[in-house]
Design a protein around this ligand. Sequence first.
Ligand code: BGC
Length: 759
Amino acid sequence: MQRRCILLGGSLIAIWAASPARALFKAVEDEGAGTSERVRSLIARMTIEEKAGQLTLMTSAVGGPINPVNPDPANPQLNRQLEEVRRGSLGGLFNLGVVEVARVFQMAAVKETRLGIPLIFAADIIHGFQTIFPVPLAEASSFDPDLCERTARAAAVEAAAVGLDWTFAPMVDVARDARWGRSVEGAGEDVLLNRRIAAARVKGFQGRSLRDDDAVLACAKHFAAYGAAEGGLDYSTVDVSERTLREVYLPPFKSAFDAGALSTMAAFNEISGVPATANAWLMRDVLRREWGFGGLVVSDYTGDLELVEHGVARDERDAARIAIMAGVDMSMASGIYRKHLPDLVAKEEVPLARVDEAVGRVLAVKERLGLLDDPFRRIDAKRPGARIGQPRHVALAREAARRSIVMLKNEGGLLPLPTSGKRIALIGPFAEGQQNINGPWTLFAKRGQGVDIESGVRAALSDPSLLTVVKGVNATSPVPGGIEAATAAAKAADVVLMVIGETEMMSGEAQSRSEVVVPEAQLRLVEAVATTGKPIVVLLKTGRALALDGAVLDAKAILVTWFLGSEGSHALADVLFGKHGPSGRLPVSFPRRAGQVPYYYAHKSTGRPDLGNKLQAYRAHYSGVPNSALFPFGHGLTYGDIVYEDLRIAGQPLDRNGEIRVTATVTNRGARPATEVVQLYVRDVAATLTRPLRELKDYRLVELAAGKSVSVSFALRPEDLGYLGVDLKPRTDAGIFRVWISPSAEAEGVTDTFELRSD
Ligand code: BGC
């Protein structure tokens, strides 16, 4: 097969140069959002069937990541799909990650179709291609958009090396309900953090220019409010006000588009009765007219066909009509556009102009990606070897993993541990083995490539014989004799590391959980080990916020270790043994009880607010549980001892055109250096509408050597204090605002008020 591909490759340039499409593609490229002359003239020559084909994206039948196959000419799947390409009834393929197979498909598109229009190759590159970075929620804990941009860049370099042009990422859905399994794919509960990270990931994927052979098109998904599913149940109903939509769920999309994302994916869910895939208000009024988005809207996987199950389309033909008329340009996986658009246009149920508009967007994206000039731009068999798994990517995976770890508690300074002189028992279902290292969305990770926790910890010890490893229980069931073996190992040790939590398949798509807790079998294990009295460090695997309780919460130290990717176990050892300090912060609030969910820090006061930790009757809290987080958004400890003092507000009262500076002194009184994430929150004390208890307005990562102090200063302008009024128009009210500079969304830190003057 390889030899055949090389032979084919040799003649590619000649074939392309001679193709009719090439002749048309001589016109000057339009770098803007509009359609270029060559795209227009191409559309003018296309049949309606070819147009419907361009609007069709299908999963690759062969050569995919899970079962890469030799494109054997006798393979019926391959032949069927190649035939579709030759007929011009496919615009692109997704989840094909084998460069040689991509070449075969692209050859068919360029050489054997009437107009020679190249295919676009897409895939879900969520947190790395083969070098696996931490799951997005974990990486958001770094609070560092620059880091997120660098990992997205590295992922794009590896993905583009196998011929991929387009990633279905970043997911920019704000996620406030921990039951929702897809929390793992985004940046958590906060709007500002989501905005910053959305923009960074887009820039990373798309690089300097989309034409570059190592750039991939970003797709901000899922448009919109997918994370607001009722009860945290994936695909479920969303019923949010336009205000919440505009203030919480839409802003990260806007940031992604402002950063240059040229595609977006219509979400599976409905919004207040109208499925996103049928939502002309969302895709036309807001996205196109209001925001001026010039890119491509793709459906989610069979999302168009699902309009039938939603109960808004009579049949699949009707579903195709509704989706395209609402603004979905390209259909993913269902095939209903290519099946029904020709007839819908013939019967004048869909105007040809609308089809041409959608085709124009698909071709414009192909043009921007450089595919119309060179369809083999990202298809070069020499590249995977040179670009995938580069040492700098591996080093970046370790750095990102290190910075994703969040230390929730560290009683008596148990951590960091010494690398010698202490016997360590590593206990738990995730202590050894290759599973549950990467997370739920790694289609192209090489089997056996990740470093397991046992190997990571062992590699860091001066005397590896000090480590004993016992599984104890499976993730959700007992192991015969496992608890006895675990307690025996704990008794013989000086310190116990317990690797517990969720398996990677407990989060991700369709993995909603009714209770966000550590599974029962593992709780029994921790309780049993705790009876030995040995100091316990919990290493918590999770793709969401969890309610921690009992022996888990009583552990002396807790590190949230999420799913950290291929270098995660080395990174974990770096932090455990103090080579690097923990610096991550929670991007989602950990509730006290599972039943508190959805819990997020930026909730409203109510008329009878909870009084912090004091339970008082007839106030807004669940029976016996304060309405606050166990560990709030923004929380995370360091190996330093950080103190916040001396809030100063300069320039107040704030004028309409003015600016105030809010400053605090942050000191590391500890004996070790620390990276502190200093956070600025504001509350509008009396507005025309209820406002959140606090809103994150800015934050800064500050390096603090032992014993050092630093003044951290933030600027605030009137526009930072605005909100949408009753009429949904932006407004800012004069009056009193409370401001905090603090180490988390619920810590007091230092606080004061200032006034915004009316004029
Ligand atoms: C998911 C998308 C994903 C698509 C293609 C869908 O089920 O919702 O996020 O990009 O599949 O794999």
